[in-house]
Write a protein that binds this ligand. Sequence first.
Ligand code: COA
Length: 282
Amino acid sequence: MAERPDTDELLIEEVAVDDEDASLGILAVATINRPDKLNALNQQVYSAIKQTCAWVESEDRVRLLIFRGAEPNPPPEGKRAKPKSFVAGADISEFLGKGSDDIRKSFANNAWEAIWNLSKPSIAMIDGFALGGGLEVALSCDIRISSVDSRFATPEINLGLIPGGGGTQRLARLVGYGKAIEMVMSGEMVGAEEAVALGLVNHVCQSSELEETTMKLARNIASKSAHTLKVAKQVVRSSLERPLNEGVALEAEAFAELFDSEDKEIGVKAFLEREKAVWKNR
Ligand code: COA
């Protein structure tokens, strides 16, 4: 069993999927907590994200993982408040003086792939800037829910760089080549309304409603059969990597195999008897 991370830079809250039924497990809410640096990702945060993913994967009680950014601290007297951020990117101060060998080492088995490779569902809850490596955290999640105040960009071009956490690939698959190449080459910000129109985020709502909207969808997903969710994620994911005919064949086989699962029998019976399904794989 992997340990739950214990660091101030990434705080984990466990929220019951259903307050009245502990057997439905928990949602893990991971808050990236460096508000004075707009939650920029430093080495401690990268390790904590990887450890969180290992813990989520190994802990049966955890049904779904949510990432969020910490809210800004109150400003010191006479200073302006820092802006709201999901994550404003990789910590740029860690780039200075580094060469390719350092980066190859630190980007191998990286945090973005750890999120992407989770077998369980993940949601990015975005309130504020989601830039560079922060946008890549969101892109590695299955679903993105954003406040109207949020802004999205791949500004690495302004540093003489390109995205390095899978951003070029996942962004192009999500929004299409045309918008992805524009974002990567210009570094310009996209607002939340445009992001939802592009398919970059799934839902946009007022900041005050963001938590409720996210939790509602998270609880809905987490109440399904854990086994069926894993199969669903694997099969939909394979559409990104395979030709259509292979993907359709893979789906047909996965669909057939689900007919041998206990949860299919439970789900079908519950529907016919007009009852709530009580999954074996909870
Ligand atoms: N890495 C390290 N520190 C960062 C950071 C990053 N990616 N993004 C913001 N910060 C720090 C700033 O250095 C500043 O620290 P300080 O108060 O100790 O000086 C603090 O966070 C607040 O940022 P600031 O730039 O003062 O806020 P702003 O409201 O003027 O601008 C942004 C907000 C998001 C437009 C601006 O911070 C920015 O462009 N950040 C970098 C985005 C980026 O290029 N990300 C990709 C990295 S690969």
